[in-house]
Design a protein around this ligand. Structure first.
Ligand code: NDP
Length: 316
């Protein structure tokens, strides 16, 4: 065993609500978990501002505050939380072998993958600048702050329609920016969108820029790009919601874990076990449907309980 190799009963990859909850439960079960935080410690919540829908915070909290609380709670029971990024994982035999970018090598009896998912961005120059200041990738997280305001949602799939419908109950006016001349969403979702008097669908439209002093004030749009009908104009909005899909963070698992056609880890629901005995998955990396902090935390708890049982039944 190399000098920089450490052993653990449970390695948790990723530090969002799923990872920290799994760390809390496994540390309380005396499994001495190691958590490798990944390149976004705290996960997606750290790029939102206020969080008002996580139970236990009657006055709300911040995304970073919530994740800091979760991390400290796990640490209190002994979770060994380390910064770093997993660069390779070998799941061909137990104990599993995992390497990180800091040169650490870990021998793990079990692994919980909670690497999350990342919202896809348009890659506009100003998109990140207005993150939390008008740009969001989660209507259920941030929609409440746009009550009575004008917002736009980008995308034409079920997520975009769902976000637009959610926002239409809060905002005064919602614009759905769709690059094609049709919606990809299911018919029932499309109909709901068309039936909402305060949602306007802007077909054949692309976003080419965002503007605003400190906070977002509007988007620059182009309609019928590249045709003789091409028109560039500015749309005054307070909120710009991206809903062009999510990408589960599974690159490092390449070819070892069974994924669905969208790249999400397939688990043996309601359990969190994957196709590899001893490897479990929790949170958004295995959840294309709910994608909430509370559901991720819940599945982190389930993964920890699954690990505890697995180790009891499969000692090394
Ligand atoms: P989808 O991949 O279905 O849709 C993505 C949408 O974003 C498409 O309309 C696509 O346009 C558009 N898009 C992608 N890239 C860009 C870009 N660069 N610029 C502008 N538009 C872009 O993702 P969803 O997240 O909507 O859905 C993922 C899966 O989850 C689907 O299977 C969906 O059915 C499912 N889902 C189901 C729900 C439900 O049943 N209630 C709710 C939410 C999701 P284009 O069409 O031109 O490619």
């Amino acid at each position: 065993m190399a000098e920089n190799t450490i052993k653990t009963k449970c390695l948790i990859i990723g530090s969002g609500p799923a990872g920290y909850t799994a760390a809390l439960y496994t540390s309380r079960a005396n499994l001495n978990p190691i958590v490798i935080e990944g390149n976004q410690p705290g996960g997606q919540l750290t790029i939102t501002t206020d969080v008002e829908n996580f139970p236990g915070y009657p006055e709300g909290t911040t995304g970073t505050g919530l994740m800091d609380d979760m991390r400290r709670q796990a640490e209190r029971f002994g979770a060994d939380i380390r910064s770093g990024f997993v660069t390779s994982a070998d799941f061909s035999q137990r104990p599993f072998n995992i390497k990180t970018d800091s040169g650490l090598e870990i021998e793990a009896e079990t692994v919980i993958i909670s690497t999350g998912a990342s919202a896809k961005f348009l890659d506009l120059a100003d998109e990140k600048r207005y993150m939390g200041m008008g740009v969001s990738a989660c209507a259920t997280c941030d929609g409440f702050f746009y009550r009575g305001k004008r917002v736009a949602v980008v995308g034409g799939g079920d997520t975009a329609c769902e976000e637009a419908l959610y926002l239409s109950n809060l905002a005064k006016e919602v614009f759905l920016i769709v690059r094609k001349d049709y919606l990809r969403a299911s018919k029932v979702m499309q109909q709901r969108v068309f039936d909402k008097p305060n949602i306007t669908v802007l077909f054949n439209t692309n976003t080419i820029g965002l503007y605003g002093e400190e906070f977002l004030e509007g988007a620059r749009l182009v309609e019928f790009k590249g045709t003789d009908k091409e028109r560039v104009y500015e749309l005054t909005i307070d909120g710009f919601f991206l809903a062009i899909g999510h990408r589960p963070n599974t690159e490092v698992l390449a070819g070892q874990i069974t994924l669905d056609e969208q790249g999400y880890i397939v688990t043996d629901a309601p359990h969190t076990s994957t196709n590899i005995p001893g490897v479990f998955a929790a949170g958004d990396v295995a959840d294309p449907h709910y994608r909430q902090a509370i559901t991720a935390a819940g599945s982190g708890c389930r993964a920890a309980l699954d690990v505890e049982r697995f180790i009891g039944e499969n000692p090394i």
